[in-house]
Write a protein that binds this ligand. Structure first.
Ligand code: TXD
Length: 317
């Protein structure tokens, strides 16, 4: 059986970590593409040379030629500029649309059967554009945002409650912007509602609500918090790990349920737009979207987030 092939478009901060994670997990052979000469070649040589230490054995190639992505099972796109302090993700739309256009054309020509995971910001708009240009079925063009936003939410909950991050489940829906929807009602520690645990901890419903609201706010601004600290770029370890979880579910047909930026056709009351929702990811890409009832408050937040996505996507035309 042939090995899987993963191509990474964009060899910057996230691209480099993606390549290393693919190697460490032996997900398949990896191609790292960038327009900067030497950058992807240098990074792949660097990662390849430590195979004997980390004990992975995969082919790692850096390239400036789209031809090398031929036969890819998965393509992960990080090409594009990251934010600087004070910028919103949406401020990147003009420059990153141009980059995404050329990238999507390359994928369409050289990896027509691949499943594409977009990471570049502004995420919801870049996924939309990538699907339009490739013309691939919507199930094969998706975006990574929700795995990371959810992980951030879960991390803050674990810290607050003093429990292992491994035992917290939390999820965010909606667009990858400041209006994302962290689902408080479904956040749990091994199935026990987080709100119940917060109420126990503080013995005060109002205080528990206040603490949760602060965690929701921090989750919404978590990308910006990292940008403000780094000053020269945005988060890169966490988006890479998050996309790898999605890629692994697809490559190994694990059918994990992961919050994914998916094209909706009526689900959650949304039609014709890419928005973050829980999806089953398997060998065909998005195999189904998991729907469930939102209460009035959650639906209102979702509607607000979707309105922001619509405005963003509309501004691209
Ligand atoms: O969760 C998420 N979705 C995200 C997304 C979380 C954090 C950051 N996210 C976004 O990912 C960020 O706002 C950026 O739009 C992308 C990539 O972030 P990264 O930190 O990796 O940016 P870098 O280090 O600047 O790398 C971008 C690379 C760089 O090497 C450029 O030379 C390359 O993109 N680039 C291109 N590659 C291929 N083709 C073209 N046209 C091109 N233009 C630039």
């Amino acid at each position: 059986m042939a090995r899987k092939k993963i191509s990474l478009i964009g060899g910057g901060q996230i691209g480099g970590v993606l390549a290393q994670l693919c190697a460490l997990r032996e997900l398949g052979d990896v191609v790292l593409f960038d327009i900067v000469e030497g950058l992807p070649q240098g990074k792949m040589l660097d990662i390849a040379e430590v195979g004997p230490v980390d004990r992975y054995d995969v082919c790692l190639k850096g390239t400036n030629s789209y031809e090398d992505i031929k036969g890819s099972d998965i393509v992960i796109v990080t090409a594009g500029l990251p934010r600087k302090p004070g910028m919103s993700r949406d401020d990147l739309i003009e420059v990153n649309s141009k980059i995404m256009t050329s990238v999507a054309e390359g994928i369409k020509q050289y990896a027509p059967d691949s499943i594409v995971i977009v990471i570049s910001n502004p995420l919801d708009a870049m996924v939309t554009l990538c699907q339009k240009i490739t013309g691939f079925p919507h199930s094969r063009v998706i975006g990574q945002a929700g795995v990371l936003d959810s992980a951030r939410f879960a991390t803050f909950i674990a810290w607050e409650l003093g429990v292992s991050v491994k035992d917290v489940t939390a999820m965010t829906l909606g667009g990858h912007g400041d209006d994302m929807v962290p689902l408080v009602r479904y956040a749990s520690v091994n199935g026990i509602p987080v709100m119940e645990l917060l109420e126990q901890k503080y013995n005060d419903k109002a205080k528990a609500k206040e603490v949760m609201e602060a965690m929701v706010k921090r989750t919404r601004g978590a990308g910006g918090e990292v940008v403000a600290l780094l000053k020269t770029g945005s988060a890169f370890y966490s988006p890479a790990s998050s996309a790898i979880a999605m890629a692994e579910s697809i490559l190994k047909d694990q059918k994990r349920v992961l919050p994914t930026c998916c094209f909706l056709q009526g689900e959650f009351g949304v039609s014709g737009f890419y928005v973050g929702v829980p999806a089953v990811l398997g060998e065909k890409g998005v195999e189904s979207i998991i729907q469930f009832k939102l209460d009035a408050e959650e639906q209102a937040m979702m509607d607000k987030s979707v309105a922001a996505v619509k405005e963003l996507v509309g501004s691209m035309k």
